[in-house]
Design a protein around this ligand. Structure first.
Ligand SMILES: CC(=O)N[C@@H](CCC[C@H](N)C(=O)O)C(=O)O
Length: 381
């Protein structure tokens, strides 16, 4: 195989067709393993962890291990891009760009297989970023621990930035998040006799509105937080009073303290609903993600290098309320994440999300030149 022989556009389109839920990325994993099998075996070692893949590319005189991470899962979104290579999985789509992330990672692997550098490079394909979170259990696994990088980076596609740009900042880039699942249990009954029932549709409607005060009336306006209920259901039929209701959402904040404060407030509101509507309620916080905190000196060094030699426009940006379990890698390993401009007409998690594929080559070139420069520069110091 000759350098640059992988057709990255075709790979991205193949991956785009087969989005899978977190920890069910079986076909995606097989596909990645097949692509890796097309590269010369002498320089790479490949391991699997659950539905993820870890690749170690041997350095020529390794002193350190450099890490790069891509995520793998899709989202429950019915694709509406009209693309010829649209998802073949009804109701599932790569609406968060993980198909692009994996393709860039494969491009990075291919480059370093043919252009080895001094240090070992570990490229991680991590499952379940959208939930329930693959980063923390992967980080704690023996497979990852044995190859633990000394520093690690990752990117995320950014629909709102033009191709040829990247955006990042030192310190907090993404919020800390917690999923939120609230179940309300009342008493069902005939629609004609509300006085003999405990209507959880009405209770859920009240709670939905009250939750809007958690940030607006409790957090310091100079702190950032968000509560979104993305799914709500109640009842079984139009003429039966709903015995049960469920609200599903996510809460986010830029500081751990604010996230705890929001949880306390939610719990107080839910207790109030129990009292006011004579019902029982349970709260489940599901998966919680650590903030993505970019190591300041590494990030600054990368921003300076990228503006000078990266061939991209570097945009210093504000933190975003998106979440990313990459924050768990950054909790114990220095590194950073950056936004990659892909100029999509519709945003992340939308049915029309359609990244400009030119960003793939730009990212592979940026990353491979940066790793090469940094590894050589650090070896010289
Ligand atoms: C980049 C991005 O969109 N990430 C997701 C992460 C999901 C976290 C978790 N499942 C939650 O909903 O809190 C995001 O929604 O920001």
């Amino acid at each position: 195989m000759t350098p640059g022989a992988l057709d990255l556009q075709a790979i991205r389109r193949d991956l785009h067709r087969i989005p899978e839920p977190g920890f069910q990325e079986f076909e995606t994993q097989r596909y990645i393993l097949d692509v890796l099998a097309r590269l010369p075996a002498s320089r790479i070692e490949v391991k699997t962890w659950r539905t993820g893949v870890l690749v170690r590319i041997k350095g020529t005189a390794p002193r350190r291990v450099v890490g790069y991470r891509a995520d793998m899962d899709g989202l429950p979104v019915e694709e509406a891009t009209g693309l010829a290579f649209r998802s073949v999985r009804p109701g599932y789509m790569h609406a968060c760009g993980h198909d692009v992330h994996m393709t860039v990672a494969l491009g990075v692997v291919e480059h370093f297989v043919h252009h080895p550098v001094r240090d070992d490079l570990v490229v991680v394909f991590q499952p379940a970023e959208e939930g329930p979170g693959g980063a923390l259990p992967m980080r704690e696994s023996p497979e990852f621990s044995r190859w633990k990088p000394d520093w690690i980076i990752a990117l995320h596609v950014a629909p709102e930035y033009p191709v040829g740009t990247i955006a990042l900042r030192e310190g907090t880039l993404f919020a800390g998040t917690s999923e939120l699942f609230i179940d309300l249990i009342g008493q069902g009954g005939h629609a004609a006799f509300p006085h003999r029932a405990k209507d959880m549709a009405v209770a859920a409607a009240h709670l939905l509105v009250q939750l809007q005060t958690v940030v607006a009336r409790n957090l310091n306006p100079l702190d950032a937080g968000v509560v979104t209920i993305g799914r709500m259901e109640a009842g079984t039929k139009q003429n039966i009073i709903a015995e049960r209701a469920r609200l599903e959402g996510t809460i986010r904040a830029l500081s751990t303290e604010s996230l705890s404060q929001m949880k306390e407030r939610i719990e107080a509101l839910v207790r109030g609903i129990e009292e006011g509507f004579s019902c029982r309620a349970t709260i489940d916080y599901g998966a919680n993600y650590q903030q993505v905190y970019n190591t300041p000196d590494l990030t600054r060094e990368f921003m300076d290098w990228a503006a000078r030699e990266g061939g991209v426009t570097v945009i210093p940006c504000e933190p975003a309320m998106t979440g990313e379990d990459f924050g768990y890698f950054l909790e114990t390993i220095p590194g950073f994440m950056f936004w990659l401009g892909v100029d999509s007409p519709e945003g992340l998690h939308s049915a029309g999300m359609n990244p400009d594929e030119r960003a793939i080559d730009i990212a592979v070139s940026l990353l491979t030149r940066y790793f090469t420069w940094k590894i050589e520069r650090d070896a010289a110091v």
